[in-house]
Design a protein around this ligand. Structure first.
Ligand code: FES
Length: 93
């Protein structure tokens, strides 16, 4: 079970491992800014406040586009995939 808080909206999902933060937000009626879905436009930048350990390591695109922000917890929602169950708290930047 994954407990999400995205943009202040709380919900739980059972089997979303492998899906991106953006896909999960959409399927739960939460709008996150986006455009390219390829990790290039940077519009889907989000701040992961909790649960980074349940997300994939930064993709090559994230390393390239937001390398200076990764340490502060910023991720690209179209690139960050769920890899484990727990609590994940995300807000848009
Ligand atoms: S939608 Fe463009 S970087 Fe994620």
């Amino acid at each position: 079970m994954i407990h999400f808080i995205i943009e202040g909206k709380e919900f739980e999902v059972a089997d979303e491992v492998g899906k991106t933060l953006l896909e999960i937000a959409f399927s739960n009626g939460i709008s996150i800014k986006h455009a390219c879905l390829q990790g290039v436009c940077r519009k889907c930048r989000v701040l992961v406040e909790e649960g980074m350990m349940f997300l994939s390591d930064p993709s090559d695109q994230e390393q390239e586009e937001i390398s200076d922000e990764l340490e502060q917890g910023t991720r690209l929602a179209c690139q960050s995939k769920i890899v484990g169950h727990g609590k994940i708290v995300v807000s848009q930047e």
